[in-house]
Design a protein around this ligand. Structure first.
Ligand code: B12
Length: 229
């Protein structure tokens, strides 16, 4: 059975109520070790769920204010609850980027939307730039109707200056990759206040997707989560 275009539009509408969007999808190849679907049988298709800019934030904040007690990993908890409800409504199994062992969300995203990694390993989106993320995926045991993804323009290919590799006080991002510990030590340290209050200086140096840039207080939330602060 094929999941109809109508059903996919219904899913998109249900997600939009939470400021979430569909981020493309794909069918698992028959010889591929696909994760389990709702019944435990291997899933045949996946629809990715995510955010462009900070659109889910007001919805998340309203939910957080309604919580009786402080919650560990509140954004992941909110995402699982909202996407879980949509999955139940449409007969899918919901999975999260923070599920262990980690599912290959960036590989899935590259497959679903034809995106490529920026020098920061964050995927570059032709419209959202670096200001987008994934909040979950819906796994179906049916084939889903999907237009073949077009190869997205990779804006990093035409970016000569690469300001994203020149704005970190400790050069945590370099051709050698991401120096996680150096970044953490700096962010947690005496000189880390600009990163803690405004977000990653390298990420903010990117000229693309400015309309989707997360406001400073939201970037501060992500960096605090990242640095365990
Ligand atoms: C572990 C992890 C980290 C680790 C290690 C990075 C790593 N090795 O992937 C650390 C803690 C360093 C990290 C940091 C960040 N991360 Co992270 N991370 C993950 C996580 C949970 C698992 C990655 C993994 O192992 N997957 C399993 C393997 C098999 O899948 P994969 O697709 O092959 O993995 C890809 C990544 O590992 C990537 N990669 C390799 N090294 C690095 C380093 C960084 C910084 C990133 C972003 C990716 C990356 O390469 C692989 C192929 O593309 C993913 C979610 C997920 N489930 O994938 C998010 C994820 C990759 N992270 C994400 C983000 C946004 C960040 C941060 C920018 C968040 C923040 N604002 O603080 C920071 C960067 C720090 C900074 N200063 O800005 C996003 C990327 C979205 C996008 N637009 O591409 C993801 C997809 C989570 C999400 N909810 O959307 N992350």
């Amino acid at each position: 059975m094929i999941l109809s275009r109508g059903t996919i539009e219904g899913i998109a509408a249900a997600l939009a109520a939470h400021g979430l969007i569909l981020r493309g999808g794909f069918r698992f190849a028959s010889d591929e070790a696909a994760p389990a679907g709702l019944s435990g049988a291997p899933a045949k298709s996946a629809l990715l769920v995510g955010q462009a800019g900070a659109a889910p934030w007001p919805h998340f904040q309203r939910w957080l204010e309604g919580q009786p007690h402080p919650i560990a990993n509140p954004l992941d908890t909110w995402s699982c609850e909202m996407i879980g409800a949509v999955a139940q409504e449409f007969g899918a199994r919901a999975v999260s980027p923070s599920d262990r062992p980690y599912l290959p969300f960036q590989q899935w995203a590259m497959r679903a939307e034809g995106l490529k990694p920026s020098p920061l390993d964050i995927l570059m989106h032709p419209q959202y730039g670096l200001w987008h993320a994934y909040r979950g995926a819906l796994l179906f045991e049916e084939e889903i109707f999907l237009p073949e993804p077009r190869e997205a323009i990779h804006l990093c290919d035409t970016c000569v200056e690469k300001p994203c590799m020149k704005s970190c006080p400790v050069d945590a991002y370099s051709a050698e990759g991401f120096a996680h510990q150096a970044c953490l030590a700096h962010v947690r340290g005496a000189n880390g206040s600009p990163c803690r209050t405004g977000g990653c200086l390298d990420r903010n140096a990117c000229p693309y997707g400015a309309d989707y840039r997360y406001p400073a207080e939201i970037q501060a939330f992500y960096i605090a989560a990242f640095a365990g602060l």
